[in-house]
Design a protein around this ligand. Sequence first.
Ligand code: NAD
Length: 508
Amino acid sequence: MSDPAEQPVLSNPYDGVARYGLFIGGRWVESRSGRTFTSTNPTTGEPWAEVAEADAADVDAAVRAARRAFDGGWGQASAAERAAVLRRLGDELAKPEVIERLAVHELLDTGKVVRETIGLARAFSGWCYYFAGLAESHRGSTIPVPMPETFAYTVPGPVGVVAAITPWNSPILLMLWKLAPALAAGNVVVIKPSEVAPVSTLEFARVVERAGVPAGVVNVVSGQREAGAALAAHPGVDKIAFTGSTATGRSVMRSAADNLTRVSLELGGKSPNIIFDDADLDLAVNGILSGAFAAGGQMCTAGSRVLVHRSVYDEVLARLVRRVEAIRIGDPFDWNSEMGALTWSRQYEAVLGRISTAQVQGARLVTGGGRPDTAPSEKGFHVAPTVFADVNMSMELAREEIFGPVTGLIPFSTEEQAIEMANDTPYGLAAAVWTTNLGRTQRMVNAVRAGTVWVNCYRRVSYAAPFGGLKASGLGQENGIEVMREYTEEKTVWVDTHPEPRDPFRLA
Ligand code: NAD
């Protein structure tokens, strides 16, 4: 990409600190307590934005505003009206200036580089258009029941107030995975973005405002974990759509149980990236980079354990190290930069901790392992892309989520061993298989327990393809036609056309 329209020159638009309120009922308001908190720019380690801090009272106000919007019209809006609103939102999100503004805010909030945040921002409108289409095509069914002169059919309707609770790694995208299908099905939404990177979601709310989404249909309450807990426990919420850690997911599910709230959970992962001896190694090494170092490895689907067949292990390691040592870390606004900072100080410390534990446990550090020399600032949360060799399945590196630019190579000898290692984890989010053997592809797809299996690719997602985790990686799916079920309640309607009374004491 060298076309200036493709690679616009972007920069921080703020001289001082950016300020945001809460977006409730179509209005920007301060928190009731007047409290605010700051968001840190991970590249510089300095605060760059100050946002209102919602507490339980603000969360309650947002849920009530959402309910009013639902009862006041949105809940009865026709499919065509809902689709029109989503298309307007898509049109706003497709404007180059909006794409650039959201990309800049996500860059400043998450520390990711411009090529990543622009790529994400260019994809956002697609979610709105796809779900606008589904709003119009989503329908019930006619059921062939065995009773004479009787019809049964289903009518899909919205669930009501949806709580969308999101993490810090891809704030807008993971929020849109919830918001777009929720609105398509006729729901209203209260979003609680992560306290670590709340700003791009608040900036997104400005786009919602400009797109003319009716007041109260989308609300954003930035706040700490307590605000998330208050939202998850709120009896006025009808469905919780959560993305975050497995530990928090369990707590969300406990809250949901108290109110019998519907819940979907997208949680952590420890995805195996499996390279067979018949793989195209150029593609496979590229896939290791994509799985472990794109977005600084801060992906739920990160390929943080690479299982490599013994006969190609040394070759893969050598090629990987050459590529990893060439990764460019620098100013996130520079289009040449490939990796930025980790999003926050605690994650930075946690990743450095994982690296030192790996060394203590006997993994061989081949490259990286600390701060990179090219970090653009002393106070930024930068970690050099790190590769360990000689990792085994008992090490923490092979078992725990890292959420940083670190991966470990583990050798295997047989397909059975690769399958056993791949499944030796509580998680089941994603896996990748690199092979040119079609039969092996099918055997691996069948045997590996993961919600997504990539074959000769990594990190592919689309609004059109369902995404969800097995085992401790979650419940339910996002994206695709399948997600509409998560945001729909179906009524079954029975119509008896028989003119005479039937025997009241007989079933059917
Ligand atoms: P987190 O669980 O700490 O926080 C996620 C959100 O939940 C935040 O908004 C937080 O404020 C809120 N929260 C915290 N405590 C809560 C509670 N008791 N009740 C309700 N909400 C609460 O996760 P994180 O550190 O922000 O994100 C990283 C995690 O997210 C990783 O484990 C990663 O694998 C996972 N993740 C999963 C997916 C996926 O699609 N499966 C995608 C991205 C990230």
